[in-house]
Design a protein around this ligand. Sequence first.
Ligand SMILES: Cc1ncc(COP(=O)(O)O)c(C=O)c1O
Length: 371
Amino acid sequence: MQDRFIPVASPLEQYQRHRAPIIDAIGKVLESGRYILGEEVSLFEREFADFLEIKHCIGVANGTEAVSLALKSCGVKPGDEVITVSHTAVATVAAIELIGAVPVFADIDPLTRCMDPGLVQSLITSKTRAVLPVHMYGQPAPMKDICDIARMNGLRIVEDCAQACGAEMSGRKTGTFGDAAAFSFYPTKNLGAIGDGGAVVTNDPAVSEEVRALREYGWRQRYISAEPGMNSRLDEVQAAILRVKLPFLREDNLRRRQIAQRYSRAVDGDFITPPRNVPGTEHAMHLYVVECKDRASLQPFLEDRKIGTALHYPKPVHLQEAYLQRIRGSQRLPETERLYERIVSLPLYPELSEPDTERICEALSLWCSSR
Ligand SMILES: Cc1ncc(COP(=O)(O)O)c(C=O)c1O
């Protein structure tokens, strides 16, 4: 039998696994006649907040707007600087500029591949208003040190948790360390909708109320805008789908970590460096990203064996045309620039079968031993 092509992510297989309850849940929404901000959104907001052990969750339209709304609700205004990383999805940076704020880049730490807290202090100016660490690939950023620096300097902290749904640090979920956090439910995420979706979470009732108002035209009372807002509501159908999947998130993340451990055992440290274990953290393994000195050979080798690979991301944000030479901090990102030329993402999703996992491990071992 011909081997099937193994994709890097497979939202289709996840849908197929939960097909009956998803179709049921969608049917229930259709029959309810309530299609915007109904019971499913309210229940999902409560259940997701309980999962994270945080007080407030506000469903919004996508992860990008979740970042924007979290920043804005924490008081970030046009012209304010927000310190973040260039080694991230472009969405993080787009979200800062969407509200007229100004991104500033800090380099990453090679161990976590997240913001290096030791580099933040020197980037702070009188215009700095917030820090925006990204829990990249599902690895928690070093929140204790980041929070210490931010608090010492009177800065707000917003966590970009788009890739780290269910990750933990010192027994606490990512998203519960800062003043607010943003989640994405893009279909390939650890908790994925079947369309766009996002959420802001916070323990601060004032931030929560502000996000709730801003996501719907600045309304504090129906049809009456207390301030200018927008439309960024989580869709009722998507909320219903997320409620079907949320109870499986914990075991799905465990399965992701088990597959990741198998890959890490299969690769030879000389040619492929697996993601490193960071003590005290529980990786959400959204993406399994190795470093490889010779990815020009590894990628086609795996593709020939019908194993998909991807680059997250092919270029850091500061080297992309839209941002080139205009973001402060871009001149001093040696680790970001070293890493992006070596990264390769391998297939990782909870529905990946045992034979497919084995096939990937064998291919990795074979490539390493042929060096
Ligand atoms: C780190 C990061 N931040 C923000 C986002 C934006 O999420 P969305 O695609 O839901 O707008 C994503 C996802 O693409 C992401 O990976």
